[in-house]
Write a protein that binds this ligand. Structure first.
Ligand code: DC
Length: 225
């Protein structure tokens, strides 16, 4: 049976990663969290005291970074130059500094190349913003996940609280709205629904419902291709 490429795009905190990871697990595929890669570059810039607005310096950092993604149980482990930075890349500080890094065309070119190399053999589920449009424009199945800002903020706040980070809902909402705007309006790899993507509004869906919906679409593709 053919091992297909599934691209899942959508705005911040729309439920992509939880859903994508579980879809991959049930299919026996590899899950690739492309956002983790932009997060790692941001972490490196902050650590090296390089301004996230300094395009050339950030590109230099991105080029030299050795990034490896591994799935472990229900988690993605990301290694940056051999160090496990999985937790360190998911902080409000990274959220607040990532947009200029993700808008940097040089950084995007480097990351897109790495993502294409990771997924070219198929049998992958990759989530992000530009997976169905730029990274894998010929993906077998493209999903565009959306949810209301309010619902996404509630989910993100819960996720942060589970890690012991206290933050008020309004601040999370503002951050999500800001990142949406940055993701939609950037010139390179903007958040954009590909014409052939299936839109999935998860505002009123449970995670299990989202997973089943995508698995159903994936099974159809696998059987007909
Ligand atoms: O999916 P996430 O929230 O972990 O993504 C973090 C940031 O990275 C987000 O603000 C947009 C950016 N990103 C991107 O520009 N392109 C991708 N393919 C994935 C994420």
């Amino acid at each position: 049976m053919r091992r297909i490429i599934i691209a899942i795009d959508g705005p911040a905190a729309s439920g992509k990663s939880t859903t994508a990871r579980e879809v991959a697990r049930r299919l026996g595929y590899t899950y690739i969290d492309s956002g983790a890669m932009y997060r790692a570059v941001t972490l490196e810039a902050l650590r090296e005291n390089v301004s996230v607005h300094n395009r050339d310096k950030v590109i230099e950092l991105a080029r030299e970074l050795d990034l490896k993604l591994r799935s472990h149980e229900s988690k993605t482990i990301i290694y940056m130059n051999g160090e496990d930075v999985s937790e360190k890349i998911r902080t409000p500080e990274i959220d607040q500094n990532i947009s200029p890094v993700a808008a940097n065309p040089g950084v995007r070119a480097i990351m897109v190349k790495k993502q294409q190399a990771m997924g070219e053999a198929g049998g992958i589920v990759m989530d992000g913003r530009d997976i169905g449009t730029v990274v894998f424009p010929h993906a077998d199945l493209k999903i565009f996940m959306i949810a209301s800002v309010k619902e996404r903020a509630i989910r993100r706040k819960k996720e942060l609280e589970q890690k012991g980070v206290k933050i008020d809902l309004e601040e999370v909402e503002k951050d999500i709205e800001y990142r949406d705007k940055q993701d939609i309006n950037r010139n390179h790899g903007p958040l954009l629904k590909s014409d052939d993507a299936v839109e999935l509004d998860t505002t009123r869906l449970t995670v299990e419902e989202q997973i089943r919906k995508i698995l159903e679409l994936a099974q159809n593709k696998i059987e007909t291709s």
